[in-house]
Every structure is written in C-alpha cells, then in structure tokens.
Write a protein that binds this ligand. Structure first.
Ligand code: FMN
Length: 438
C-alpha cells in the first residue's frame, strides 16, 4: 500500500523556448526541431495528457556576456538561443484544450499597452488559459536592447512594475465584459457605454486607453510572480495569484518564504487563499543515485564548467575533470563554489563529482531517485513547508531520459498517491480551475 497525500497539488511544468538538451547522451538530435515549435508542441500535448495545471516558459531578452564576451553563452546555450514564448503560446493553444499556458514578460522592457493587448488577445485565442509571469529583468544586456545603459536598481524596478500592473489592469478593465453586444437590429457592435478611456498619467507611464482589443474570457491573465527581495516579495504579495520560489534551502527556507509572503498578503488586505504558492523542484528519476550520476555526460559537465569559469574568472575546463582540482589553482575573487571545489579536492573528490553536487544535487537530495521515493519526498516537503504545489522541470537538460522519468515515473507515482489530478476540474478558465468559479 503506497502512502496517500492529504491533498492534490497544483503542478506546473517549467520550460524554456530554447534547445531542450542539445548534447543529450541518449539522443543527440533530441529536440533539434525546437525553434519550429515542434518540440514544445509535443511537450504541451504530453503535459496536458497528464493533467498538469499549466506549462510555464521562463524568458530573458539578450545574449549574455558572461566572462566578458558572448562566446560562452553562444557555445553553451547559457541564455541563447531563446525564442519568444509570447509568440509560441498561440501555437500551443491551438493544439491543446485545457492546459494553462504561462509566458514571462518584463515590466522593465515592454510598453504596458502593447503587452495588455498581446496577452488579452492570447487569452481569447486560448479560451482563457493564459498566465503572465511578471518579471522586472535582472540582466544589464537586456536593458541595453531597449534604450537603457543599465537597469535601474531593484527597488525602482518594482516601483515601475507596480505602476505597470496598475496600467495594464486599468486597460483590461477598460472594456466591460458585456460591452460587445453585436446588436444587428440597432446596428451596434460594441456598446459605447461599456468602454472607457483610462487617462493614466503616472511617474513612468502615460496611457490614454481604452484598449482596442475585445475583452477576453479571463478579463486578465493569471498573475504569476517570483519576487525574492523585500520589494519583490511585497510586489508578489500585492498582485500575484501564483507566487513561486524554489526548493533550494529545503523545508525551512520554503516554510519561511511562505509565511513571509502570506504575512505580507494579509498586510495588503488579501486573503492568503487568493494565491497559490509553488516551489520549483529539480527532479530527476533514476534507479539509484549512482546510476543518475553516471548518466551525466562529460559534455554536460564541460558546459557547466564553462559558465562557472566565466563567473569565477578562471578557466576550469583546462583541468582534468576526473581528478581533484589542483590545490594551487587560484582565482581573482573567492566564491563559495570555488572554495568548495578546493576543499572537496583536498578530500580527493574529482571536479566532475563536485560539479554534479552543485548543479544537480548532492547525494542527500531527495529529488533524485526512484519515482515512488521522490513522490513521497515531494509530498512530505509540502506537508511540512505548507504551500500548494510545485513547478517541475529542467530548463537546460530536458532530455529524453529526464522526460520519461517525469511522465512515466514521477507522474504515475504522484497520481497513485492522490497528489496529482487525473482529470481537469470543471472550471472554464485557468483561474477557475485553480481557484474555483466565483
Ligand atoms: C521559478 C522562478 C522562475 C523565474 N523566471 C524568471 C524569468 O523567466 N525571467 C526573469 O527575468 N526572472 C525570472 N525569475 C526571477 C524572479 O523574477 C526574481 O527576479 C528573482 O526571484 C529575484 O527576486 P527580486 O526580483 O525580488 O530580486 C524567476 C524566479 C523563479 C524562482
């Protein structure tokens, strides 16, 4: 008899509109058709078949210059190529029926009118299944693609984000739900009494309105956010319907994050039940920890070493990864990662071993292992930390092994334990399926 979860979890699948695993061990052409949307279309159909609540796309808007040039990013698919998830969603919406679709769009880069219209249109195209991951962007390189030399400090980015949300909300409300009457007798398509200018003039934006697009099934997309800073958490607590964090730091960190944002919600006059709290879990299903570690290829390790090298200012790829790092290796600045690499090297651990600990999780990581054990671990964490569910996914390595571990292993194990829905609820839209119809 398997253990049973006391409740069903909300589950999102975390993805990126970029090459899913270009140097996968088992299939080097896995996802080679990603740019056409074909890979993510197959993914969306499977994610829907398994009844995940939504498919989530992270996003950034630049080729990074880690290490002082674009070389490392381009060679290793660090943050590019990455296509635009907002443009991908209608393609996926046409091939699915119930699955929620969440795209990331930045309040520091988009003009509010343009985004309100695009997301409203998407919500109509998808029959009310759109979510918006609200980010303020943290890369200087992205700011430089939009007329800025650098990003404003984080607190100011959130001030602007607050006003941005105010403007897009006013725009989405600028048409009453019943404004389109299509009254053939009277010759009136839209009732003028149901449409208003917003005449917004604030610190950052000046927008006359109204929108020129029709009201959508949800009225506005589901607001998703993952603020970590003080201002970011306030922003999430004020606006978000899904707040995301990670499982890094374990149950204690998850619990204190949840208590903190729920406390903030109350101080803004919101009921914590108005928001789902989800944690990004980096799950890997394997027969054993040793088998999982052995399945990581040297090419994968080299990629990881390449990006750490840039951050550390030392080329780690010139050392033999199967041996400990030489104790006389030095870097300009010390970081906790480099210190650990040296310390573990002194104990005889190879660079490869330490990199696996850092990037996939060490031997104590309960998110790596047999499907049933990982399912139990996730259920236990949720009972202890509180919250509503998880985002499951791997941004870099969604290879065939990873995907089959999730869909053929973890998903059936979660369903068997009553932790995952076997059919979509009756709500008509993503919001209604998450919170019930009001
Ligand atoms: C699950 C998750 C997904 C995120 N997705 C993105 C993203 O797609 N693009 C982005 O620029 N930032 C993303 N972030 C970063 C957050 O938006 C936020 O900036 C970060 O958690 C730091 O918080 P702060 O902005 O309050 O400093 C994500 C964070 C988490 C935990």
């Amino acid at each position: 008899m398997v253990r049973q979860s006391s409740r069903q979890l909300v589950l999102g699948f975390f993805s990126s509109f970029s090459p899913p695993a270009w140097h996968a061990a088992s299939d080097r052409l896995h996802g080679a058709d990603w740019a056409s949307g074909a890979f993510h279309s197959r993914l969306a159909k499977r994610v829907e078949e398994e009844c995940f609540d939504f498919l989530f796309f992270e996003d950034t808007s630049s080729v990074s210059r880690i290490g002082g040039s674009m070389d490392l990013d381009l060679a290793n698919v660090y943050s590019s190529p990455k296509n635009d998830p907002v443009a991908l969603l209608p393609f996926l919406a046409a091939q699915t029926e119930r699955l929620g679709l969440v795209a990331t769009a930045s309040t520091s880069l988009y003009p509010p009118y343009l985004l309100a219209r695009a997301l409203g249109t998407l919500d109509s195209l998808s029959g009310g299944r759109i979510g918006w991951n609200i980010v303020t962007t943290s890369e200087k390189e992205s700011a430089q693609n939009f007329g800025m030399d650098d990003l404003p400090p984080v607190a100011e980015r959130y001030d602007r984000a607050d006003e941005f949300v105010e403007v897009v909300s006013k725009l989405w409300d600028s048409w009453e739900a019943g404004a389109v009457i299509a009254d053939v007798e009277r010759g009136i398509y839209t009732d003028p009494a149901g449409v208003r200018e917003i005449a917004h003039e604030g610190r950052y934006f000046k927008v006359r309105g109204p929108l020129n697009s029709a009201p959508s099934p949800q009225g506005r997309p589901v607001f998703v956010q993952a603020g970590g800073s003080d201002k970011g958490r306030d922003f999430a607590a004020k606006h978000a319907e899904i707040i995301m964090s990670t499982t890094i730091g374990g149950v204690e960190a998850m619990k204190s994050f949840r208590e903190d944002v729920q406390g903030r919600m109350k101080s803004f006059g919101r009921d914590p039940r108005e928001c789902k709290i989800l944690y990004l879990a980096r799950v890997n299903i394997a027969d054993s920890m040793d088998q999982f570690r052995a399945s990581i290829t040297d090419e994968q390790i080299r990629t990881v070493l390449g990006t750490h090298s840039a951050h550390l200012g030392i080329d780690l790829t010139r050392f033999d990864m199967h041996k400990p790092i030489p104790q006389d290796a030095v870097t300009n600045g010390t970081t906790s990662m480099f210190d650990a690499l040296k310390k573990k090297g002194a104990q005889g651990q190879s660079i490869r071993d330490v990199m696996i600990d850092f990037n996939w999780g060490d031997r104590n990581n309960g998110q790596i292992g047999k499907a049933g054990d990982v399912a139990d671990y996730l259920i236990d964490m949720m009972e202890e930390a509180g919250g509503d569910g998880y985002l499951i996914g791997a941004t870099k390595e969604a290879n065939a092994n990873f995907l089959s571990g999730i869909f053929d292993g973890l998903v059936p194990a979660l369903k068997e334990r009553g932790a995952m829905q076997r059919a979509y609820g009756s709500g008509a839209t993503l919001r209604e399926r998450l919170f019930g119809a009001h």
